[in-house]
Design a protein around this ligand. Structure first.
Ligand SMILES: Cc1cc2nc3c(=O)[nH]c(=O)nc-3n(C[C@H](O)[C@H](O)[C@H](O)COP(=O)(O)OP(=O)(O)OC[C@H]3O[C@@H](n4cnc5c(N)ncnc54)[C@H](O)[C@@H]3O)c2cc1C
Length: 301
């Protein structure tokens, strides 16, 4: 075993999984082998882990639920850090303090149980709180920027600070964290409003039904591939070009929703990437619109 892993064990940082397939950790169900995934037990251990990785010059990345990532098929020769253990939820009046590793969908259920409204949009987004703050995840004309009042982060020089909503600089599918990926979100404070439980439940049920009908949630994917240009949905552009159902290897432009690419039959990451590039280039050629990719490509260089 290499020295840095020995030190992680000696310092009792948390669970380690070695040489794991990323197919298990991404919603596309693709990706190569990862040298190690580490689950720090708490924030102090997370800071210790970062120090160890820096000391040994090991590359690392926070892995949320892998629902916005396209890892390549090759080995990730570094450490992925899962914040699953940062999962505390505390509710005071209409405020929720929640660990970055907590599931956004579960949080939306907890808010509903407590008659708190504002998180309904998140009930169908399969990410973690940290990943959602990073991406400024959103739907139905709402997003994290509307509800996150502040977030605790670890800075590149290992200090823990609180960033306000303003400092988090939320914009359409981006934030300060996305612009500064060396910061790590460890906790978010979410401010909601009092609502009527039955009404919140109805909204969530209704939207869940709509997603089932309009999105290929029965297949592995990473949600919308492209950001919507301001005047027209990306899916409409792709559909109008007759690209629904187009395949490359085991990847397919969903027949249900043209802005989803699904892993319908043992796709490789390469199949998915090739299809994304093909769709992008076709839209550029036919409409002269340069669609921006919403998903993050990792370990391709
Ligand atoms: C079926 C389906 C439907 C979807 N619908 C939507 C939707 O309606 N709206 C929407 O916005 N998205 C949607 N998505 C995309 C995705 O779920 C969101 O972008 C989500 O916020 C990603 O969270 P994650 O935890 O999976 O992050 P990951 O994909 O694991 O990571 C994304 C990025 O965030 C970084 N990151 C993660 N956690 C932290 C942290 N604690 N601190 C700092 N950086 C961090 C990672 O390093 C990575 O760079 C959908 C995906 C699927 C599969």
């Amino acid at each position: 075993m290499t020295d840095f892993l020995k030190e992680i064990i000696r310092k009792n940082i948390g669970k380690i999984e070695e040489n794991v397939s990323l197919k298990k950790y991404t919603t596309y169900k693709v990706g190569g082998i990862c040298r190690a995934i580490v689950y720090p037990k708490d924030v102090d251990r997370l800071v210790d882990l970062l120090k160890i990785l820096k000391k040994y010059n090991i590359k690392y990345k926070i892995l949320g639920n892998g629902s916005n990532l396209l890892f390549s098929d090759k080995e990730y020769n570094g450490v992925l850090i899962k914040l699953t253990e940062l999962n505390k939820v505390e509710i005071i009046d209409n405020k929720i303090m929640v660990g970055a590793g907590f599931s956004l969908m579960r949080l939306s259920m907890i808010a509903t149980r407590n008659s708190l409204t504002g998180l309904e949009f998140a009930a169908g987004i399969p990410g973690t709180v940290g990943g959602a703050v990073f991406m400024n995840a959103g739907a139905y004309k709402s997003d994290m920027g509307y509800i996150v009042s502040s977030a605790k982060v670890i800075t590149p020089d290992m200090k823990i600070i609180t960033l306000t909503n303003r400092e988090l600089n939320f914009h359409y599918r981006t934030s300060f964290l996305k612009e500064n990926p060396e910061y790590i979100c460890i906790e978010a404070t979410i401010k909601l409003n009092r609502g009527k439980k039955s009404e919140i439940e109805n909204i969530i049920r209704d939207r869940r039904e709509r997603r089932k009908i309009s999105q290929p949630i029965e297949y592995p994917s990473a949600g919308s591939v492209f950001r919507n240009p301001s005047d027209i949905p990306a899916g409409k552009l792709i559909e109008d070009l007759g690209l629904k159902g187009l395949t490359k290897g085991g990847a397919e432009v969903s027949k249900k929703h043209a802005n989803f690419i699904i892993n319908y039959k043992n796709a490789t990451a390469e199949d998915i990437r090739n299809l994304i590039i093909y769709v992008h280039d076709t839209v550029l050629k036919e409409y002269n619109i340069d669609l921006k990719i919403e998903q993050e490509f990792v370990n391709w260089e």
